[in-house]
Design a protein around this ligand. Sequence first.
Ligand code: BDR
Ligand code: CA
Length: 313
Amino acid sequence: MAPRRILIDTDPGQDDAVALLTALASPELDVVAITTVAGNVPLPLTSRNARMMVELAGRTDVPVHAGCPRPMVRTLYTAEYVHGPSGIDGAELPEPTIPLAPGHAVDVLVDTVMAAEPGELTFCTLGPLTNVAMAIVKEPRIAGRLAGLVMMGGGFFEGGNVTPAAEFNIYVDPHAAHVVFTSGVPITMLPLDVTHKALTSDARIARFRSLGTRAGDAVAGMLDFFDRYDEEKYGTDGAPLHDPCVIAYLLEPSLFAGRRCHVDIEHHSETTMGMTLVDWWGVTKRDPNALVIDTVHADGYFELLVDRIGRLR
Ligand code: BDR
Ligand code: CA
């Protein structure tokens, strides 16, 4: 089967970094481009970190394009308190040598989709939806030409991780999320309800370290750093490994389960800004606009990640 053609929009972030490495190591996926957005850390750092992952994976054939430096309406809110000042603290890696590819991420998203056959490309989003929403605003026809958009973001029964109501990626740019969820693009959403079932642990991190490779060491180092915040917050052994769920879902959807629902994005009330209103029980009778995933086979998920990171030399 021909590899699935994807564009990854990301704000690395340790968990984004693991997602990028997993995608770049997987022959079932053709990563057409990586686009960066401001989120966990400001845009210059997310763009640096994405290039570091491309180099670590030995995949400098994949272009990295920088996108929007701030959300559509709100002031940028970053999460160095989780990820450290660089966004990928814990990885002992050299500065990247490859430059950013020419072309703004928003233009790349639009032009790549318009040049491809309808249904050929899938967007994978690991951060705030600013670039994707701006692309939809610029060229609304892309929503109908995509095979789909698979995203990490939101939360419903699990609540939020930035406020009691909101998950980080949606909270940072709720207006962008509103644009995306009302665009008609087929969405698969991996919210906190599933990622909170995909916890790293000392034993799982040790599996990456025991690969004995640069990529294995970098992943183990990053996850050791990333863990500390959520372990203290939730009292767990390990942290939710959010963003690789998107790539794992593409590679092995049978590891996951969910249901089709209508999802609204709160973008008016300051108290609940960025909340994802998932109509899990179908009480509004509105047509579903997303497949909302709430279950993962966690052991299978980590097996898959270790296997893929283990392929990088
Ligand atoms: C999401 O926010 C970021 O901190 C992570 O990279 C992930 O994309 C989890 O809420
Ligand atoms: Ca992210």
